[in-house]
Design a protein around this ligand. Sequence first.
Ligand SMILES: CNc1nc2cc3c(=O)[nH]c(N)nc3c(CCc3ccccc3)c2[nH]1
Length: 373
Amino acid sequence: MTDAFSFHLLARDGEARRGEISTPRGTIRTPAFMPVGTGGTVKAMYLDQVRALGSDIILGNTYHLMLRPGAERVARLGGLHEFARWPYPILTDSGGFQVMSLSALRKITEKGVTFRSHVDGQVFDMSPERSIEIQGLLDSDIQMQLDECVALPADEKEIARAMELSLRWAERCKTAFGDQPGKAMFGIVQGGDDLKLRESSASALAAMDLKGYAVGGLAVGEPQEVMLEVLAATCPALPSDKPRYLMGVGTPDDILRSVERGVDMFDCVMPTRAGRHGLAFTRRGKINLKNARHAEDPRPLDEESDCPATRDYSRAYLHHLVKSGEALGGMLLTWNNLAYYQGLMADIRTAIEAGRFAERAGEIREEWVRGDM
Ligand SMILES: CNc1nc2cc3c(=O)[nH]c(N)nc3c(CCc3ccccc3)c2[nH]1
């Protein structure tokens, strides 16, 4: 255990990196998938199951927690780790993205964002300083700067305005965060699909000498090739000795292609949300358990898995649970999906260590399309 926050590169394979982030609350093996635990819970899971699947870190959400139960209340109850009984690292978002996607009446000025809560209509002001204060009250280990993520398509002037505002907010967040050895504040690269703006955002953030860097403004509906182009232009402009976090990404294929371009950390609601909607990720591709073809299929999702949800329950039973809206359906499929995602990340980490990431990625993709026997 250590009292500092540090990133160590253990191996490289092309642009793909195998690393480790050491924090006082534990080590994060990268490339890492971070399950989304928005309100202090990973939906339909017990956190000790989440841990047992190999999750080194989960995400919390400033926007949701500040509205309910309130950041000061969580602090009075000992912080988010105590509140949710998760003693390992937590990363929290700054709230700006959620304001733009969830709240009504939102106004952005130099000072910050003003918004009306989607819970009870109460109006809130959130400045970069207040966002960092809230993340501190939550006792978050990795805190994100407040930023403005513009919805694409947008014109170049609008993208530039939001990118430059986000840089000024990064400076203010860095000042507000100050010097907290065991914690980190990450900057967020913006710039839409404009590669020049992306490069200037990344370079300006790199000059701030932050402990980590996120690539924001993506996974907002753009085609995969646009995301990949942005990554190819952005990652090289970021320091190679700091972690890179691609926000909101993604499908298994997105993750493989982003690791290939130098990304270390990922978050996505896909495995948990899809699980609650009857969708199972397997190494032979996706299976929609709502489909009637599973009604009498006695096979488990994957007999070779060591996850009980994947190995011990028939597709017929999962189909029945999903069709009848039983809570256990979402629980078992969420368990399966997180097991699949964490298994994929472990597979990726091993392949990079062995210098065979490209080959392994090809084998993984090939198995998806070979389809389900
Ligand atoms: C799904 N796609 C997606 N694209 C994103 C872009 C941004 C962005 O440009 N700026 C910020 N601050 N966050 C973003 C997020 C939210 C990620 C998150 C969710 C929950 C907890 C912790 C973190 C995004 N998510």
